[in-house]
Design a protein around this ligand. Structure first.
Ligand code: PEP
Length: 262
């Protein structure tokens, strides 16, 4: 429950269907508010949890708005690996929690690449997010070079191991995994449903080795050029529980059909 005394999403519920948008560094506040209203109005399917990852400056306004939404929740796109202190421009997990934000994306490939976020740094972020009561959408995924070398499965497993496998079993109640092959992000190139399902199955199997049957309760999202035209087939795969969507989440015309694809 957040400071406003409400909570619509709860990762502790078993295996949820999730449509998560990632606005990245797009949209101004006015266009963002308009988009949220459009999404709230158009997506009434209570079986799907809709999350919107918005830029930091919009979080407070969006958190206030989300008081009146029962089908959409707001998440942050990142948090600092420092607890507090002299880190100009950083935003801490506790600051997010104080705004009433309940969920944070950690480990997006763009942050890994642009900000040199290593698995060890992400591990620190994960710990701080959990310590502040936040739920985590943890991103992992391989480059095209790694896939071509047929090392993609071990690469992704290692990302998960190094940033998450120090956690206790109960901590995984607060974690959603997003598998996002880097070669499919913002490129228009999508992993085929079979390629995505193969990786999701491997991730779930790997989680099982750590947390046994609790792995069946963890939502694993696919990300990488999800569109209204491919969402249904991707989300129809056995181990794919939804999507983390970049470009197509910036317009109601493309995001709402994705939410309605389950
Ligand atoms: C993303 O931002 O995580 C993403 C998958 O982007 P896109 O849908 O544009 O490929």
């Amino acid at each position: 429950m957040n400071i406003f005394g409400f909570s619509i999403l709860n990762f502790t519920m078993s295996r949820r269907k999730i449509a998560a948008g990632n606005w990245k560094m797009n949209l101004n506040l006015q266009d963002g508010v308009h988009l949220v209203h459009q999404i709230v109005k158009a997506s009434r399917d209570k079986r799907v949890d809709t999350l919107l990852g918005v830029p930091f400056p919009y979080l407070l306004e969006m958190a206030r708005l989300s008081r009146y939404m029962d089908n959409v929740d707001i998440m942050a796109q990142n948090c600092s690996h420092f607890e507090n202190g002299a880190h100009t421009g950083e935003v801490s997990a506790s600051m997010l929690a104080s705004l009433g934000i309940e969920t944070v994306v950690i480990g997006h490939s763009e942050r890994r690449a642009d900000n040199n976020e290593t698995n060890d740094i992400l591990k620190l972020k994960v710990d701080l997010a959990l310590a502040n009561g936040l739920q985590i959408v943890f991103c992992c995924g391989e480059s095209l070079k790694t896939r071509k070398a047929k090392k993609h499965i071990s690469f992704v497993k290692n990302q998960i191991k190094e940033s998450l496998f120090h956690l206790k079993k109960k901590d995984f109640d607060h974690i959603v995994i997003a598998y996002e092959p880097i070669w499919a992000i913002g490129t228009g190139e999508t992993a085929s449903p079979a390629q995505a399902q193969e990786m999701h199955r491997e991730i779930r199997k790997y989680l099982k080795s750590k947390i046994q049957n609790k792995a069946n309760d963890i939502s694993i999202l696919y990300g990488g050029s999800v569109k209204p035209t491919n969402a249904k087939e991707l989300f129809g795969q056995k181990d794919i529980d939804g999507g983390l969507v970049g470009g197509a989440s910036l317009k109601a015309e493309t995001f709402v059909p994705i939410i309605n694809s389950f």
